[in-house]
Design a protein around this ligand. Sequence first.
Ligand SMILES: *Cc1c(COP(=O)(O)O)cnc(C)c1O
Length: 393
Amino acid sequence: MDLDWILNHLGEERQRYFGAVVPPVLQSSIFTFPTVAAMREAALHEMDAPLYTRGNNPTVQILRRKLAALEGAEECLVFASGAAAIAAAVVACTGAGDHVVCVQKPYSWTRALLTDLLARFGVAHSFVDAVDTAQVEAALWPETRLIVLESPNSLTYELQDLEAIAALARRRGILTLCDNSHASPLNQSPLALGIDLVAHSATKYIGGHSDVVAGALCGTRALIERVFRGPFMTLGAVPSPHDAALLLRGLRTLKLRMQRIAETTPRVAAFLAAHARVARVWYPYQPDHPQRALVEKQLRAPSGLLSFTLKAADGAAIERFCNALRRFLLAVSWGGYESLVCPLVAFLPEGAPLQHKLGRAPPELIRLSIGLEDSDVLIADLEQALRASGAPA
Ligand SMILES: *Cc1c(COP(=O)(O)O)cnc(C)c1O
């Protein structure tokens, strides 16, 4: 199945809806049946049959089929957010007395899921520097049930060797989950490397227009059924059919958007890396990246996230830089059509000392999400804001 077919046609049975080229938004909470036998049949197969929209909805179902195909998975569930997808996966795979190994610097709410929520229910966790597969192995307990990965990682984009970690986990009967939001389903296929479950914040590249919050989880039919019967149905964090329609629209241009940022982002990264006022750039696709071989092995193309620090980065210089930008908008999140800037100092009290914490991103870090603009426009904007920052050259 080729990519264009998946994005434009898979799952779209147009003859069932008057030949409409765009699938209908079936904004209905319930589905009716001609007979009790037909109703019983739907109730028996609630993951696949429309009965009640918390379980299955035909608009959402088209999206599930496309996302499963993009990840090379048997099945997919779509959630009300990426955080809900990750939480459902972890809850479905663990119980009291179990242990989870997680990358040191996961997405902040993945961290909070383990440290604040699941810890209260008797699920233990260890954070490890998973750049080194040996450290993952050393962190395993007899009670370890799940390894949570995020490659490339948030903010500083370290990679984990997905194939090596998946093989290690398989040997011990441990499940693996990889947050694949950064690469999008197009640029990395964790399931093909042996990972059991792939999660997405569909809010990011899959949606692509900053107008919907959603998540997805892909894996084998058996694992996804386990998630469906457990946290998916009980916690009920499902997307609305209208959200699914927005995501289907996002998928129409996913290939073009990813191609575009694969061209422009390396230019922006190279500009920053060569700039006199910039101290350091984090971008997995820099020619001198220490994990170059793994980047080439695991990733098909660059994504649009990069981070950097200013020279002698005091909080005031960072604020001057961000306030001076005109094309990059100041906002959280990423993956939309628009370029964004997100400085970590926005999450610290004003004037707070930039304290470095072990295993966390540097507090002076500034993240950029590259949108669909011309790289020349973005580079010119960065140039004038770098000058305005007053950071030493
Ligand atoms: C945004 C994000 C999430 C959470 O997704 P939401 O859709 O905001 O709930 C999870 N993982 C990563 C890497 C993210 O960037």
